[in-house]
Design a protein around this ligand. Sequence first.
Ligand code: ZN
Length: 220
Amino acid sequence: MTTASIDELFAHNQEWAARMERDRPGFFTGLLAQQKPRYMWIGCSDSRVPANQITGLEPGEVFVHRNIANVVVPTDLNCLSTIQYAVDQLKVEHLMVVGHYGCGGVLAALQDARIGLADNWIRHVKDVRDKHSELLEGLDLQWRHDALCELNAIEQVLNIAHSTVMQDAWARGQKVQLHGWCYSLTNGLITNLHMTVPDVAGLEEAHRQAVAEVASRVRK
Ligand SMILES: [Zn+2]
């Protein structure tokens, strides 16, 4: 792994900007007019999970919010205003919560480890752990960790669905689909957790099925 210096970051930036302009003249000025992304990504801050690269999306194509362990809390104005802007103003069509296997925040929640101020944030992941204690019980640590990474993404989708932003959007007939995914650091692939919610009516069934799928994966 290379560790680039700050000067190198600027050098890379200049090379990238020049290459983009050479290969696709007008790329940047085209984006100036407006951003019209179809997707919003809520992911973990982990440096190994970059939204654009993983999905092959370019600047202008995905609106991103990231925090430790991809948590969506209804009192978090930062996250909520990002979602509201994406849904109400940008009119994104898909909003995905993307957890990742091997998430350090999720592991800290699982093991009640103290890591600092984030302990208070991770409390929200512990709520997910406690909610699904029956499913997680008796699994060895690796399986429990994987399952909680998946369950956490699923539960955060539920939190978005319950937000006033989504409830209002769906009530006025806006087409916005929610998704729960989990990314593997091991092979770079995204697992679809099938927590796919097209509207408020589909919420409970999607949640029930997605959790049942987690249970069936860990019991194999
Ligand atoms: Zn993480």
